[in-house]
Design a protein around this ligand. Structure first.
Ligand code: TXA
Ligand code: MG
Length: 351
């Protein structure tokens, strides 16, 4: 629960937001950079602080699903079912927008992304804004960079450019919400639910609620409206390479021969013994959890940490090809400069 001292901070944050301020706040996924939906100047500041193109829509955070019809229209039955099961939680629904939402929030789109975050501080903040209060909030990082999962990450990256940073501790999920859209909707109010961005809620859990009526949008189906789908997104500054377990030692030797300072990030419990890899003094090893949820929670913090150290390259062991790893693999692929899973013959940036 929220410690008493936090309540006055939350009240102060709500006061700033009502006056058009921009406040970073914790959610269960990643930290968000929030502004009152109804204040176009505050919304504009979000884009400026993030250096984000103005046509990339923001997610609106609301206190509970009872306000879904206030912000959206023609809500399909499937969306209600998902909201009921997963809110508060790491799920964003893309729905036809209500006209009261200023167009700069939705990047000029006719749709809006909505979610109820599962974090006591975020919910208290939304509650303090009143019944019609809502926060447009992208992740609190510069455009294209790794999302923040602690208040310190936000401070390091955005510092004084925001009016306040609410600290709610490290994020539980650590990866952004799963985004679901509904396509091919006719007068029947039915349509195909599609995962536009894998995230905190796995496909299997969504499929169970929708009796299997959900699919994963192909990369080629994704529109630029979802910048998370751009290849350069979520990138750390240090080059990251993603390699299958069996190819990792060979690649490490190649890069070491060039005198590069590497960190090898693995998940297999038996690595590196199993790989018969000889440790080089210029190479560091880091073991990530071998379970997808725990790996996801640590991923962005790990990427930031190694970005701040003096490595030439992060060599990452590709996670298992299993559905529960989908969101982690998605983020690693976007972060990588040489994705050997897509192209085994790739000659990486150091080549
Ligand atoms: O977990 C999350 O979703 C976090 C926390 C802060 O809630 N937010 C987040 O926001 O990741 P952002 O802006 O970094 O990513 C939101 C994604 C973008 O890819 C954006 O294009 C997509 O949601 N999006 C928002 N509204 C949309 C719409 N109307 N149509 C299609 N995509 C939309
Ligand atoms: Mg983001």
């Amino acid at each position: 629960m929220i410690p008493p001292a936090r309540h006055s901070e939350i009240a102060a944050a709500a006061g700033l937001l009502k006056k058009g301020g921009v406040v970073a706040f914790p959610t269960e996924t990643v930290y968000g950079l929030g502004a009152e939906v109804s204040n176009p100047y505050a919304i504009q500041r979000i884009f400026e602080i993030k250096r984000r193109p103005f046509d990339h829509p923001l997610i609106i955070h609301i206190a509970d699903s009872s306000k879904l019809q206030y912000w959206a229209e023609d809500v399909p039955e499937q969306a209600w079912q998902l909201a009921e099961h997963f809110w508060p939680g790491p799920l964003t629904l893309i729905l036809p927008r209500n006209r009261r939402i200023p167009t700069n929030v939705t990047g000029g789109q006719d749709t809006v992304g909505l979610r109820v975050p599962a974090h006591p501080v975020a919910l208290a903040l939304l509650g303090a804004l009143g019944p019609e209060g809502a926060l447009a909030a992208p992740s609190a990082n510069r455009f294209g960079h790794v999302s923040p999962t602690t208040a310190d990450h936000v401070r390091d990256e955005l510092g004084d450019s925001v009016d306040m940073i609410l600290d709610g501790g490290p994020c539980e999920v650590g990866l952004e919400s799963t985004i679901v859209g509904f396509e091919g909707r006719g007068s029947s109010k039915d349509g195909t639910a599609m995962i536009l961005r894998p995230g905190g809620i796995p496909l299997a859990a969504l499929a169970e609620v929708l009796h299997g009526n959900i699919s994963l949008a192909e990369r080629s189906d994704r529109t630029p409206r979802v910048p998370g789908a751009l290849a350069s997104h979520y990138a750390p500054a240090t080059p990251l390479e993603l390699w299958p377990s069996a190819d990792l030692p060979r690649r490490a030797l190649e890069l070491e021969a060039k005198g590069l300072h590497l960190v090898i990030v693995t998940w297999s419990p038996h690595y590196p013994k199993h790989m018969n890899y000889r440790k080089n003094k210029n190479t560091a090893f880091f073991s990530m959890p071998s379970e997808a949820e725990n790996y996801g929670r640590m991923l962005y913090a790990t990427l930031r940490r190694f970005d701040n150290e003096d490595f030439d390259c992060l060599l990452v062991e590709a996670p298992p090809d299993a559905p529960e790893w989908m969101a982690v693999v998605d983020r690693l692929r976007r972060a990588s400069c040489a994705d050997a899973l897509k192209n085994p013959n790739i000659e990486a940036v150091h080549g």
